[in-house]
Design a protein around this ligand. Structure first.
Ligand code: TRP
Length: 338
């Protein structure tokens, strides 16, 4: 008998463009994990409502993210949209009642996001949903009994909370029902903004600070050509963040042998940055073209692809329903006739 493969789960909010920071830092890893594990990946639109948002754009952004993930190599059978599986929200309610207010008050992401939104707009509206967000995330994870959750370091606290909730529920019902999910920190590169290598590549910092994975060639070349390298003379002993980031992009894009050659030149003091930039441009352009072609193909069959994701969400939902039934049973709630 073959052993059951370990369950992997991760989710992403539907926030427009995927850039190469997201791709090399997370999505590429998600794609590869599909070979080794049972994977489910979610586009989490319930999470996207926790900050004030444009109700006319959410659904479009959600589908956009679905198409982008598929184009990047996520298998349709492994992909779900959260609002098609309302059991996440129901499990979140149950978890709310097994979560201490004190634990929640310590959540740093809530503190950061709520103070940020207070600074940004005069009418600072901080929803209870934003406060509750980590508990919904715990439900996302535990509803599929995930063994591994590939996430960035910024999610460590949310994973700890998830395990605290699982423990609390297990203790309350007197059964080791939930297995503790582990964070899967695979070695993923830390991609910086080419315009300002002191900050992470990110959308929120503005257009210059990220390179989209569906960008056209001219735009990518231009952005890479204008990448910040050294301020003043290069210091061979201490490579600047900007130059290191260009090498990081090459390696992340699996152009390791070219990168190694260029690194030799760098060490010998003969590297022309324009050559490094052109090489990085080649890597990113090739990937962007591959992704764009795939995306265009998918968009030609928009209807079918959407139906396919609705169908796969329905299949994935079966597991969610089963967990919810068991949890309702364990916690004393009534279970509807099936
Ligand atoms: N909070 C995660 C983020 O901001 C997104 C997320 C929601 C998530 N639910 C999840 C990640 C479940 C992993 C597992 O990136």
């Amino acid at each position: 008998m073959t052993e059951k493969r370990k369950q992997v789960l991760s989710c992403i909010q539907p926030t427009g463009d995927i850039h190469f920071g997201n791709y090399f830092g997370a999505i590429k890893n998600w794609v590869n994990l599909q070979e080794e594990y049972d994977c489910v990946y979610g586009v989490v639109d319930y999470h996207a409502m926790t900050m004030p948002y444009d109700v006319k754009k959410l659904r479009t952004n959600t589908w956009d993210m679905v198409f982008s993930l598929l184009a990047a190599g996520i298998k349709p059978d492994n992909l779900f949209v959260q609002s098609l599986i309302p059991e996440h929200a129901e499990l979140c309610w149950i978890f709310n009642c097994f979560t201490s207010f004190g634990w929640m008050e310590r959540m740093t992401q809530f503190k950061d996001k709520s103070s940020l939104s207070a600074q940004k707009s005069k009418d600072s509206f901080i929803s209870v949903g934003l406060f509750d967000y980590p508990i919904l995330q715990a439900a996302d994870i535990l509803i599929y009994k995930a063994d591994f959750v590939p996430v960035g370091k910024d999610q460590t606290q949310h994973l700890e909370l998830t395990r605290d909730i699982a423990h609390r529920l297990n203790n309350s019902v007197g059964k080791e029902y939930f297995v503790m999910p582990e964070t899967l920190y695979t070695e993923t590169p830390n991609i910086r903004s080419t315009a300002d290598p002191s900050r992470k590549m990110s959308k929120s910092a503005g257009e210059k600070h990220y390179i989209g994975i569906f960008s056209d060639e001219a735009r990518i070349r231009k952005q890479v050509r204008s990448a910040v390298t050294d301020v003043g003379e290069p210091d061979k002993e201490n490579m600047s963040e900007g130059v290191a980031n260009l090498f990081e992009l090459m390696n992340a894009g699996d152009a390791k042998s070219t990168a190694d050659n260029l690194l030799q030149d760098y060490k010998a003091g003969s590297l022309k940055y324009v050559d490094l930039k052109d090489a990085v441009g080649n890597v990113l352009v090739e990937l962007a073209q591959k992704f764009s072609t795939k995306r265009a193909e998918l968009l030609e069959n928009k209807r079918e692809v959407k139906d396919q994701i609705k169908a796969s969400s329905e299949v994935i939902r079966k597991q969610a329903k089963e967990t919810l039934r068991e949890v309702k049973d364990l916690t004393g709630l009534l279970i509807p006739k099936s």
